[in-house]
Write a protein that binds this ligand. Structure first.
Ligand code: ZN
Length: 425
């Protein structure tokens, strides 16, 4: 569990998360591939490749001909505020704020009155080339101040936040012009004039914590979806060899509809399947038919103060095991559920079920979007959590281990389908 909290603390942005996982893979003997070169894959080889520094695929090549692909997919991004290019925004009385816009559908009120900073990446001039540098300004730098309850009498009565005004963070007062760029340059290890582009987001300074009467809860930024990203990753690394190609998938931009080249609606996953099949001389169609995808993205636990939002017969709880998600917004069908349950039975992992209350639409997941590019048997799962899209979310301390155990069993297996008969072995 502490390993998850360490990973979360060291991953203030999607770029940091991908860098951390890349380092783990390199330490574990995985070879980094480049999308811009031809791949030569050896039997028994272990590889990974990143796209945009914010999406990652890792896979192992079996020693003999393979059945299909065993994949998991989760997402690296989380709702935050994107810092605009001309970031410093002068205000009244010498106040300097950062000009930001919403990234994803966050709970706006949660961002107020907490120490914040920025994290992401900078593109830096290096001679004729442009280099990518991670950026994390490691200090309490910003804060979004609430209006006092004496002044905003509507604050406790369903106040509507205006993102062009109410959620702008305060940077300084007085002579702050150019300060922000200089701080970013310092964090990137370059001159301010050499920064050619940035992708920076507000992030919380509060470290992840474990808490509760028996330490049964964890709270952190980005549990949706780095908890699943981490659980799938550990299961992937720990799995035994099988007759299939195990593939770990981490995609970006799920919170803004996945439409980018590094998102689930891009070609990253399809390109991998095509390239592995081509490099190993394998027919793509039969490989895909014998493949299975676990789309892992956190689910809503029943809320202690508002149980009425949960469906009457689908009420997942924290520390209750892996949640299987059902409904028209999800990829799960009877086959996918049956396969996943039989896997969890073998692994001794409890499962529970989520469906949206019938008058609530709920959110989408990666499963259906990637299906339109590589059509796979897919189950949508997640871990139960509270306060999804708050800047500080809460989940069960024991559930990550359940997901790791389930994914370890999954990645140690192969999937076969023939005319309505399914085999997971
Ligand atoms: Zn998510």
């Amino acid at each position: 569990m502490n390993d998850l909290l360490t990973f979360l603390a060291g991953s203030p942005s999607r770029f940091h998360a991908v860098a951390n996982l890349s380092r783990r893979l390199t330490e574990a003997g995985y070879i980094r591939l480049s999308e811009s070169r031809t791949w030569e894959l050896a039997p028994g080889g272990k590889y990974f490749v990143t796209r945009n520094g914010s999406a990652l695929l890792a896979f192992r090549v079996p020693r003999r001909d393979f059945t299909g692909f065993m994949l998991s997919a989760s997402h690296s991004d989380h709702p935050s505020f994107h810092v605009k290019e001309n970031a410093e925004l002068p205000g009244v009385e010498g106040y300097v704020r950062l000009n930001t816009e919403r990234y994803g559908g966050q709970l706006l009120s949660t961002w107020a009155d907490r120490p914040l900073t920025v994290a992401g990446r900078a593109l830096v001039r290096a001679g004729d080339a442009i280099e990518t540098r991670l950026v994390y300004i490691d200090r309490d730098l910003l804060l979004i101040p609430n209006v006092a309850s004496h002044m905003n009498r509507a604050a406790n009565d369903g106040f509507k936040y205006d993102p062009k005004c109410d959620t702008l963070p305060l940077l300084g007062i007085g002579e702050a012009k150019g300060t922000f760029r200089a701080l970013v340059a310092q964090a990137a290890g370059c001159e301010a004039g050499d920064i050619l582009g940035t992708d920076l987001y507000l992030c919380l300074r509060q470290k992840p914590v474990q808490w509760g009467a028996e330490n049964e809860f964890i709270s952190a930024a980005a549990l949706d979806d780095l908890q699943c990203a981490y659980g799938c990753f550990e299961g992937f690394l720990a799995a035994a060899d099988s007759d299939s190609v195990p593939v770990y998938v981490l995609l970006d931009n799920e919170e803004v509809h996945s439409l980018t080249k590094q998102g689930a609606d891009g070609t990253f996953l399809r390109d991998l399947v095509d390239r592995v099949c081509a490099a190993l001389g394998r027919d793509r169609a039969t490989a895909v038919a014998n493949s299975f995808l676990v789309s892992a993205d956190n689910a809503h636990a029943v809320h202690p103060n508002h149980p009425e939002y949960a469906d009457p017969t689908h009420r997942p709880v924290m520390n209750g095991g892996v949640v299987i998600k059902h409904g028209v917004r999800y990829a799960t069908d009877g086959v996918a559920q049956a396969v996943f349950i039989s896997l969890c039975e073998k692994a001794g992992v409890p499962v529970q079920y989520f469906a949206n209350r019938s008058d609530l639409p709920g959110g989408g997941t990666l499963g259906l979007i990637s299906s339109s590019h590589v059509s796979l048997n897919t189950v949508d799962v997640g871990l139960a959590q509270l306060a999804m899209h708050s800047c500080f979310e809460t989940a069960g301390a024991r559930d990550t281990d359940y997901l790791i155990a389930a994914m370890r069993a999954f990645y140690s297996s192969s999937f076969r389908e023939e005319n309505g008969v399914f085999l997971l072995a």
